[in-house]
Write a protein that binds this ligand. Structure first.
Ligand code: NAP
Length: 277
């Protein structure tokens, strides 16, 4: 790219209109006075390969990738980071100066940074974690909890085979708990994560019994609409430290912005307010 070219980034997927990423990145661009733009792009699967070939020529330095392209994009990229390979999906592409497309997955990074910022004394090694859900988000959560030194991960999911698949992949630190007894895994857990869509506006209610939750646990919910989910509201009411899911969305955006625009942006309350508007 020539020096005079204005760097462009964006998010590709379908549907894309609901994405909070444009508001997030545009806030950072304005705040740091960076000459650049971030645009949402509705791209269907049939056009994905052509779009990835064309975007760098149009001045794009990279894009975020969302549903339904997060898995297939690994086949389109020239280079795949270790963490994207472990997750089997990517959410961030960097169009390198040498023409290569680098795919990364920053969800696990965002998950850990959000916990570190929201509950600064949280310690992954302090005891077992209980994780609800076994989809793509749970994969990022489990992988990063293991990286952070969590000694044991109790995992429960409505569809047990999905949880068993993650156990096979991540090994014996993961223990699968039957969905009907999911509440039991909260007993003694020092980290509790909802990585399912339960509790999200318009989705089914979280019905996992929470009586065994200890007030010394740090509880986080990946769902951020509503910001305070019923799980977080209950956890807060008994004295747990709680961390909402919006911060994960904000933190996962940091590595992409830094690679594209050359500055590591801050995640703070001003950003949260900008994204929530
Ligand atoms: P996914 O792959 O579609 O997985 C959905 C999960 O929710 C599965 O475990 C699924 O269980 C469970 N589930 C859905 N409906 C259920 C029901 N009625 N009863 C019991 N379990 C149910 O989705 P994902 O990508 O993992 O995302 C999960 C949630 O995390 C979503 O709400 C997403 O918005 C959120 N998320 C947030 C962030 C963030 O930055 N904060 C990042 C990624 C994802 P089955 O396997 O039985 O279907």
């Amino acid at each position: 790219m020539t020096e005079n070219r204005i760097p462009l980034a964006g998010v590709i997927g379908t549907p894309i209109a609901h994405s909070k990423s444009p508001r997030l990145h545009q806030h950072w661009l304005r705040r740091y006075g960076i000459r650049g733009h971030y645009v949402p792009m509705e791209i269907v699967s049939a056009d994905l390969d052509d779009a990835i070939a064309m975007l760098p020529k149009l001045g794009f330095v990279g894009v975020n990738v969302t549903i339904p392209h997060k898995e297939h994009i690994l086949n389109v990229a020239d280079l795949v980071s270790d963490r994207a390979a472990v997750m089997g999906s990517a959410n961030t592409l960097i169009f390198r100066a040498d023409g290569k497309v680098h795919a990364d997955n920053t969800d696990g990074y965002g998950f850990l940074e959000n916990l570190k910022q929201g509950a600064p004394d949280w310690d992954a090694t302090s005891g077992p974690a209980a994780v609800i859900g076994a989809g793509g988000a749970a994969r990022a959560v489990i992988s990063s909890l293991i990286d952070a030194g969590c000694p044991e991960i109790r995992l429960s999911n409505r569809t047990k085979t999905r949880a068993e698949g993650l156990r096979q992949e991540f090994g014996t630190k993961v223990e699968v708990v039957d969905w009907v007894t999911a509440g039991n895994m909260l007993d003694g857990a020092t980290t509790v994560v909802n990585a399912s869509s339960l509790g999200m506006t318009g989705a089914a209610e979280m019905r996992v019994p929470l009586d065994a939750l200890s007030k010394s646990a740090v509880v986080t919910d990946l769902v951020y609409a509503p910001l305070e989910t019923p799980l977080l509201a209950y956890a807060k009411s008994i004295g747990c430290r709680t961390v909402d899911g919006l911060g994960m969305l904000l933190h996962q955006a940091v590595p992409g912005f830094e690679r594209w625009f050359g500055l590591r942006p801050d995640v703070d309350d001003e950003l949260r307010q900008a994204v929530l508007q």
